[in-house]
Write a protein that binds this ligand. Structure first.
Ligand code: TEU
Ligand code: CA
Length: 615
């Protein structure tokens, strides 16, 4: 399978010189890819770093700017690598440091950055630190973990992996004490009260920064410190330590990003940016994700509007990371109990689809493999404020396997071709680290990169085109977000503004065609140009702007400024505006609630986008 050469390799070949593009992450499209699941270069049934190198041309062709690699460090792999037994060693199955160095070089040569996962909250119980801590309590590592004589401490801390854990304490028969763990009992939490732990973690971060990684996805950061009488999440000491990490990165490693994973409510997550933007540059926006699925299934924009309205402003140098799916279950930790029941009822009809507080399904099966819905969700991912984070395989609509354990059903091998093992590996099929999907709908025989490369109407080709359109408009990464109201609750509309780069996004969350009247008076005289076809739509007047949308349809309009001189009919328009007929329709469209609200004076014309529309 040959990947077509990227349009203009030269333009993307060189990354800006270090220190010259500190906020690259605000314009970037991220792509999460499991080393274990992408490509097997040595026929042992396990993906590896050399396999990743073989697929960099494909990722460059797709148009992604930064690759996020979940943990590939030494690990017993009991939690997908998030149980690290050596922070500075590559798991031999995946390759070695030289393989990683070459992977980094080859990615950078193609203009793609690389961030790697870093799990600082806990290690594997197989980590030599823990082995030493349990066997020699008074030794150097005796205080590297959180030990106690009983399991009564921190009772207000919730259990995260409710499917497997009944307590956050586990008794260790060697040390005859209990150790603290927020996740699996084989993942003891590090004791960040111990300055030597903090040093060891920063040393490990420096190891990878010295190698040239462009940043880290900081795993499970809300849980670094514990305190009696609290839920042991988002504590001030945790923020202090992350600010320390940021200082180190800013001081010695320019243009590197810290993307934190804090599965928390917006008000708590924004703290991870630091009030002066001195903590993490990026944070995942967990609460918006489930509300996209809720809004579309309820065919109501309110779940999305509300969470956007509840999302506080963030520091100038900060950026949200937005995603639809990732390597974990679709988490429902940040929704209300009724919303969680609704989501389970709608999206997890088979109990095997549930995992912990969430749903272990991939994007395409969650959306019943409906092309329009898949395109709508990806359009929202690429247009809502924040940098989009794609998940490997979702670009071709890969399926899942709910018969596999834990979250493995969404971590199956990438499907490249209809050939043996989907072109992922030439090993015997029974040797795969996880079986490839082989069902009639999502099986690799039908859902694979090769067939979609050769089909210009495939999801893959469509997504690539949309990423290109997004790259032509910096407002998607850098612009403000302003929802545009309308009386039709099934339509979510918003404007992204960045200087003259103004884009109106109109999204039909319902499966049925919908009409909508938008209050675009602040853009009176502007011409909407649809971005995928560059077709001009009627000039915006003072009347509500009428649009009709296909089921799950969406529009991206560039709102281009009117030519300087006002045309005659536009003047007449304005005069008419005051007439009663117009008043009625503005009332009918719910744009104003009383006639006297309709302004008579002339100033709206001049200021264009600063008057009228909702803020
Ligand atoms: O997950 C951390 C975490 O907070 C989880 O609750 C997560 O938000 C939830 O599962 C959402 O999907 C991280 C990793 O993403 C996960 O794979 C690891 O198992 C976990 O840390 C422990 O390291
Ligand atoms: Ca391999």
């Amino acid at each position: 399978m040959t990947v077509p050469a990227p349009d203009s390799p030269s333009s993307r070949s060189l990354l800006p010189a270090p220190g010259t593009d500190p906020e690259w992450y605000k314009r970037a499209v991220f792509y999460e890819v499991l080393v274990r699941g992408f490509a097997d270069s040595n026929a042992d049934g396990v993906g590896d770093l050399r396999g990743m190198i073989d697929k960099l041309d494909y990722l460059q062709w797709l148009g992604v700017d930064c690759l996020w690699l979940p943990p590939f460090f030494a690990s017993p792999l009991r939690d997908g690598g998030y149980d690290v037994s050596d922070y500075t060693a590559v798991l031999p199955e995946f390759g070695d440091i030289e393989d990683f160095r070459e992977f980094l070089t080859e990615a950078h040569a193609r203009g793609m950055r690389v961030i790697i996962d870093f799990v600082m909250n806990h290690t594997s119980d197989q980590h030599p630190w823990f082995q030493a801590s349990r066997s020699d309590p008074d030794g150097d590592y005796g205080d590297f973990y959180v030990w106690a004589d009983d399991d009564t401490g921190y009772p207000d801390a919730r259990i995260i992996f409710v499917d497997t854990e009944s307590s956050n304490w586990t008794f260790d028969p060697v040390r005859k004490q209990y150790f603290w763990h927020r996740f699996f009992s084989h993942q003891p939490d590090l004791n960040f009260e111990n300055p030597r732990v903090q040093e060891a973690i920063i040393d490990a971060l420096r190891f990878w920064l010295d190698l040239g990684v462009d940043g880290f996805r900081l795993d499970a950061v809300p849980y670094l410190f514990e305190e009696e009488g609290t839920n042991c999440e988002n504590l001030p000491r945790t923020h202090e330590f992350l600010k320390q990490v940021r200082k180190v990165v800013d001081a010695d490693y320019p243009d590197r990003v810290l993307l934190c994973e804090a599965n928390q409510w917006p008000a708590d997550v924004v703290e991870y940016f630091g009030e002066n933007g001195d903590e993490c540059q990026m944070a995942f926006h967990f609460p918006v994700m489930p509300r996209l699925f809720m809004g579309v299934r309820r065919e109501q924009r309110f779940p999305i509007s509300e969470i956007m309205a509840q999302t506080p402003a963030i520091p100038d140098n900060a950026q949200w990371g937005i995603f639809l799916r990732n390597h974990d279950e679709l988490t429902l930790e940040m929704v209300t109990d009724e919303e969680r029941d609704y989501m389970w009822a709608e999206y997890a009809k088979d109990p095997r689809m549930k995992a912990n507080i969430g749903i272990r399904r991939r994007l395409a099966p969650l959306l019943d493999n409906d092309t329009n819905t898949l395109e709508l969700f990806n359009a929202l991912l690429l247009s809502l404020p924040g940098s989009p984070v794609l998940y490997y395989g979702d670009e071709i609509g890969m399926g899942d396997n709910i018969w596999l354990g834990d979250r493995d059903g969404v971590r199956t091998p990438m499907q490249w071709t209809p050939d043996r093992n989907g072109g992922f590996s030439t090993a015997d099929p029974q040797r795969m680290y996880l079986p490839l999907n082989q069902d009639p709908v999502y099986g690799y025989q039908v859902t694979n990169v090769e067939s979609q490369l050769r089909n210009t109407n495939s999801l893959l080709q469509w997504l690539r085109r949309m990423i290109q359109v997004r790259n032509e408009h910096p407002t998607f990464g850098l612009g403000s977000f302003e929802e545009v109201g309308s009386r039709n609750p099934t339509v979510l509309s918003f404007v992204r503004k960045f200087g003259d780069d103004v884009v109106l996004c109109v999204n039909n969350l319902s499966r049925f065609p919908q009409p909508v009247e938008l209050d675009l008076r602040q853009f009176e005289g502007y011409t909407p140009i649809e971005l995928t076809g560059r077709v001009e739509f009627p000039v915006i007047g003072v009347l509500p702007y009428m649009l009709t949308l296909a089921g799950h349809g969406f529009y991206w309009f560039e709102l281009s400024k009117p030519a300087a001189e006002a045309t005659t009919d536009e003047h007449e328009d304005w005069e008419i505006a005051t007439s009663s007929a117009v008043a009625d329709s503005l009332l009918a469209a719910g744009v104003v609630s009383a006639p006297e609200e309709i302004q008579g004076d002339s100033d709206t014309r001049e200021h264009g986008d600063s008057a009228g529309g909702p803020r």
